[in-house]
Design a protein around this ligand. Structure first.
Ligand code: J2J
Length: 520
């Protein structure tokens, strides 16, 4: 993947590659910047290929994010993709687990002092030594070249990274939206990831004329490689980065840049459709929206095509691998009722019941998958891997699906214990662990609650130690924020009860917990 910017520059040269507000980079610029940043990175005492050191990257959608990733790929350093919303709880875990040597953050973003937190992490973790800051706020700080990086002076003698990473080595560690108490990491290799974004770009019909607006995070698999930023660049097209999903801002960016395609989560599509309905206008160049990450309701899906001449392309993907896409030439009804079919002819799919027995065709069951770009294990998680994969290497997705009569897949639900909040996956167990650490909390259960705007929101039922002091939403919020938990993982609904409802075998009855919220 590290060679790609040079290949692209040769093929596409002065064609525009990336636009971020008023900053425009051609493919030649991109290669120049990647080379320059790779030289800077190579000056630190970090190991590149074949077993690269980890670099914790926490950046919003910026040119710098794309450049630092490509520079890491070139040297065989392995970026670990954190989200801008993550705070000390998540970053400490990631730093410890990956033994990252460097961290890349904005100085500050949306009012949060990322540099301050990064310095704290460096203090706490012996192997974490290098801080690279992207100056988003302090425009006057030292800015090298056209990018807003501040690299520290190298402390050790410069090292050279002559060896290029092998194609089967780990290129990037993605965060899983899994079910465990602590997030797991997904190792994607250079060759599997290239295969992934090329197969997705083909399925999505990307060409050199594609101008893709990314309002989803580039730090997510969907925004990065399905087809995302890497897929559109590789096709010779253009990426437009717009950090705000706000319809007004996004529409302005789309009109200014003649955007043809946009990648979105259902919650944002709904806002865009509302805006189009009320204003009666639509960015004229926009011809296709790729929507995935959470189940799009058939009702919203139906609104897309007829009124606006827009094509809807649903995607069911996962950072672990398998991506399904509705194809551009699929009939309308397939675009509305299904979430697509695998992008590779080598993807294998099984739909099974509770006992791992294949269900009858058309019946609902859990989706198991295996294929050329689907992982066979999480990073350094042998115990969890024993349950997440079966003995033949099939990945248990936790998604309930069925074959649609047209040969595509339709998502019917899930068996995994996660909350899907506007496409962001949150493990119920992880939030429960944060709550258990608070004083006065005896027992707790966290569930997904249907939400009109987010799809799902987070509900927590707490048994307090002292029933005369029931915890409130505000108390939980301030305590969890103080504990350094990302704001998007904080419950919006809190109930206190004397006891948690249990099933016959003595487990917490999550369905009954959910009913405590949905009854009223
Ligand atoms: C219902 N659930 C969906 C959909 C994902 C493309 C698109 C999305 C992701 C992604 C991705 C869904 N309807 N259309 O990586 O390349 C839920 C499923 C799935 C989980 C994976 C891509 N599309 N989901 O969302 O790793 O439950 O990847 O297992 O974040 O999102 O989440 P994630």
């Amino acid at each position: 993947m590290g060679d790609l910017p040079a290949v692209w520059a040769q093929k596409w040269g002065d064609k525009v590659a990336v636009v971020e507000r008023d900053r425009v980079f051609t493919f030649t610029d991109l290669e120049t910047e990647v080379s320059a940043v790779a030289v800077q990175l190579a000056a630190f005492d970090m190991k590149g290929a074949p077993h690269g050191d980890r670099v914790l990257v926490q950046l919003p959608n910026t040119v710098e994010l794309i450049v630092i990733l490509l520079a890491c790929f070139r040297l065989g350093l392995v970026p670990v993709l954190a989200l801008p919303g993550h705070r000390s709880a998540e970053l400490e875990h990631l730093a410890a687990m990956t033994e990252a040597r460097a961290i890349v953050v904005p100085d500050s973003f949306r009012g949060f002092d990322h540099r301050g937190l990064a310095l704290q992490l460096i203090d706490q973790h012996d192997v974490l030594n290098h801080l690279i800051v992207v100056n988003l706020e302090q425009q006057t700080a030292a800015v090298e070249g056209r990018l807003r990086f501040s690299f520290p002076a190298p402390v050790d003698s410069p090292r050279s990274h002559n060896e290029a990473p092998s194609s089967d080595s780990v290129a990037v560690l993605l965060l899983s939206g899994g079910t465990t108490g602590t997030p797991k990491l997904i190792p994607r290799t250079h060759d599997d990831y290239i295969y992934n974004f090329r197969a997705c770009a083909e399925a999505a019909g990307f060409t050199r004329d594609t101008v893709l607006l990314l309002s989803i995070p580039v730090a997510h698999n969907f925004g990065l490689a399905c087809p995302g930023a890497l897929g559109v660049l590789d096709a010779g097209g253009r990426v437009v980065l717009e950090p705000s999903p706000d319809p007004e801002k996004a529409f302005r960016a789309m009109i200014a840049e003649n955007v043809t395609d946009a990648a979105l989560v259902p919650a944002v599509l709904q806002r865009w459709m509302d805006e189009m309905d009320t204003t009666g206008m639509r960015p004229p160049s926009l011809r296709r929206v790729q929507v995935g990450g959470a189940r799009l309701s058939d009702e919203v899906a139906r609104r897309v095509r007829p009124g606006f001449g827009l094509q809807l392309q649903q995607a069911l993907g996962m950072a672990e691998g398998l991506v399904n896409y509705v194809r551009p030439d699929d009939p309308d009804i397939v675009g509305v009722e299904t979430q697509g079919r695998p992008v590779s002819e080598y993807d294998e799919i099984r739909i099974v019941d509770r006992n791992d027995v294949d269900v009858a065709h058309g019946k609902v069951g859990q989706l198991l998958t295996r294929g050329p770009y689907t992982i066979r294990g999480y990073w350094r998680a042998p115990e969890h891997n024993r349950s997440a994969f079966d003995s033949q290497g099939w990945y248990r997705t936790g998604d309930l699906v069925r074959w649609h009569s047209t040969g595509n897949l339709t998502v019917e639900g899930r068996v995994k214990d996660v909350i899907n909040r506007a496409g962001e996956k949150i493990s119920a167990e992880e939030v429960e662990n944060y709550l258990y650490a608070l004083p006065g909390v005896l027992r707790v259960a966290v569930v997904a609650i249907p939400d009109i705007t987010l799809g799902e929101s987070i509900g927590a039922v707490i048994v307090p130690v002292d029933p005369s002091e029931p915890p409130t939403v505000e108390w939980v919020r301030s305590r969890l924020l103080a504990a350094g938990v990302a704001a998007f993982k904080i419950p919006q609904h809190v109930r206190s009860v004397d006891d948690l409802p249990l099933t016959k075998v003595g487990k917490i009855d999550k369905a009954a917990v959910r009913r405590l919220f949905t009854q009223d």
